[in-house]
Design a protein around this ligand. Sequence first.
Ligand SMILES: [Fe+2]
Length: 324
Amino acid sequence: MKWSELSDEEQAALERLRLRIGRAHLLQRLGLEGEDEARVRRRRTHFPHLENWLALPAVLHGLLTLLGLRGRGRGNTLRIELRRHEVALERLPAAFDGFRLLHLSDLHLDVGQPFVAALIERVRGVEHDACVLTGDFRFRTSGPHQPAMAALAALRPHLGPRVFAVLGNHDTVRMVPPMEALGIQVLMNESARLERGGEAVYIAGIDDAHYFRAHGLHKAADGIPAEACTVLLSHTPEPYRQAAHCGFALMLCGHTHGGQICLPGGIPILTDSDAPRALARGPWRYGRMRGYTSVGCGSSILDVRFNCRPEVTVHRLVRAGGGA
Ligand SMILES: [Fe+2]
């Protein structure tokens, strides 16, 4: 959408965002999003990224219907699992020993009401101290974002008082103002300080590194004390090497969907990621940095899952080696 087509209210909100994230970042985002919208209008395919191959959903939909598997695959998207992950971190302050982060990724919320209801039911009552959302709120990579925002508003009361988020490759920068109006702090190459018992950890977040390549690790790390324990939120694990060398203690991400459609045993056919397959799901480590890639709670391209149950995750942070 062109700038002139935005409402006065939306222009004012994005102008405030420009002052925060910088002109180049906002222009890069809006420019690439505009190209993507134009590509969809012209029905052009774009092969480097699987999610942008326009014919793929129709081809897969037809194939699954022929095989009689579509109903089962859709049912699988509603069987959201609660996973618990304990991670030992260096430099974690004593006051944060046992701190719990509820992690949701790849929500793709506008897929339909049954999924939103299942997700709310899954997170309802799950005890946690803060919540992190690692991107992909919209089902498609373009088109209206308001239905996803309406579903996020329904989910929001169940996420607790402190919620941090980053955008994914399915998201528009235009989502930032409505998300922040819901009390979700969107980290656009920025960080936030969490305090507890007179001590602090930092949550840093980068914009999408997969399609928009608008991630700024250096900028996100700016102002964070060298000795601090910092959790990095990224939509995709792809910048894992750079993140590790920046000194982040833990990287939480998603994007891969764990394959979403997997062979028996949970073996992904595709991960749509340049990162090694070892980083496509669950816990991993690179150098001194710990990482976790969520298989996501939603689905995209097709609203089906096979051999890869969706997840929401509670990460429990503990002090490594007694926190010395
Ligand atoms: Fe996704």
